[in-house]
Design a binder for this molecule. Structure first.
Ligand code: FA5
Length: 324
């Protein structure tokens, strides 16, 4: 009899297609008035020698049917079209789209402003030779200007003259070595210095070097170019300040600052390329003159977006970065 119940229950289950008929099946085979429940309820009335076998067979079947019931219910809910179908009327989920880092954007903006003034973009390497970072820029080994930049040296087998470049100025020399004037280039890239960080100093930052060399390039050309750059990036009414400054590879040298809420933030060093640097690459310094500048895009971005601390840029905090 138990085997008959089993056969019928399993065969009935196969024909079920809805949650309602599955519930009917459960009531019929596992409910309070089912045959199995009544067998178990009346087990005491059976002869003693049959009780154990009938009891165990009935319980085994009950467990099997309970298991099949759960399995079937689960499958039914998976295939049930009303719970599984795609609701095309729901609003779509927005994907996460990345954006450009603010320093990348400002570098692109600056290089494009210089592009409009006839400058092309070239790039150099972040590791540099001492000879290019210092010597060819008129900074010999015993020069005091080295102290400020004598910074992160690379430990290479058989080479003691590799360092992480401290400025983009070595690219002035590399470009001149490979080009006959006229030259007009800008060079964006990373620089590294061993220095304590504060609100306007990072130990790694970017620079954009500029170089123009030709016959009759004058200091007025330098000033005119930098004024135009400042006008394009900061607007026509932002105050700009030039002051004399010293860099061994220019003569005369200046720095340029931008007004920041009544204070000044220095954004670049510049000057006329020193005759020794021109001669060092084989140029005739009585024929060619040139100007050069090196600016810090992080400082420019601070001024542009009113950011009070340079360290925000590379702290990788999305709350900061996603504002751009
Ligand atoms: C130089 O590095 C020169 N090579 C610039 C130059 C080029 C002068 C060509 C003349 C001709 P200086 O150390 O002042 O100069 O740096 C230039 C600019 O880089 C600064 O005005 C500033 O905007 C940026 N800068 C320098 N040090 C840091 C730093 N630690 N963190 C962020 N920006 C910096």
């Amino acid at each position: 009899m138990i085997q008959d119940i089993k056969k019928k229950a399993i065969s009935d289950l196969q024909g079920i297609t809805s949650v309602e008929s599955l519930e009917q099946w459960r009531i019929e085979y596992l409910g309070r008035n089912s045959q199995l429940t009544s067998i178990l309820r009346n087990i005491r009335s059976l002869p003693e020698n049959e009780r154990k076998t009938v009891g165990s067979e009935t319980n085994t079947l009950k467990e099997l049917l309970q298991f099949e019931y759960k399995k079937f219910k689960l499958n039914l809910s998976k295939t049930n079209t009303s719970t599984n179908s795609i609701d095309v009327t729901l609003p779509g989920r927005k994907g996460n789209v990345g954006g450009l880092h603010p320093i990348t954007s400002i570098i692109r903006e600056i290089t494009s402003a210089f592009g409009d003034m006839g400058f092309s973009v070239v790039e150099g390497t972040e590791t540099e030779l001492e000879h290019y970072n210092f010597d060819l820029l008129n900074i010999p080994a015993n020069h005091p200007a080295r102290d400020q930049w004598d910074t992160i040296w690379l430990d290479r087998p058989n080479r003691k003259d590799n360092l992480l470049r401290t400025h983009t100025s070595p690219m002035q020399v590399r470009v001149m070595e490979n080009t006959t004037p006229p030259i007009r280039v800008v060079v964006p890239g990373k620089c590294y210095r061993y220095e304590a960080t504060d609100a306007t100093h990072e130990w790694h930052f970017h620079q954009i070097e500029g170089l123009a060399v030709a016959e009759n390039v004058t200091f007025s050309d330098l000033k005119g170019t930098l004024y135009e750059f400042a006008r394009r990036i900061f607007g026509p009414s932002r105050k700009v300040r030039f002051r004399c400054d010293f860099f061994p590879f220019v003569e005369p040298g200046v720095d340029m600052s931008i007004d920041w809420n009544g204070d000044w933030i220095e954004i670049l060093g510049a000057g006329m390329v020193h005759p020794k640097v021109l001669e060092g690459v084989g140029y005739d310094s009585s024929r060619y003159t040139g100007f050069a500048f090196g600016m810090g895009p992080e400082r420019i971005a601070m001024l542009r977006y009113n950011i009070e601390d340079i360290r925000y840029f590379f702290s990788n905090d999305l709350r900061f970065l996603s504002q751009f």
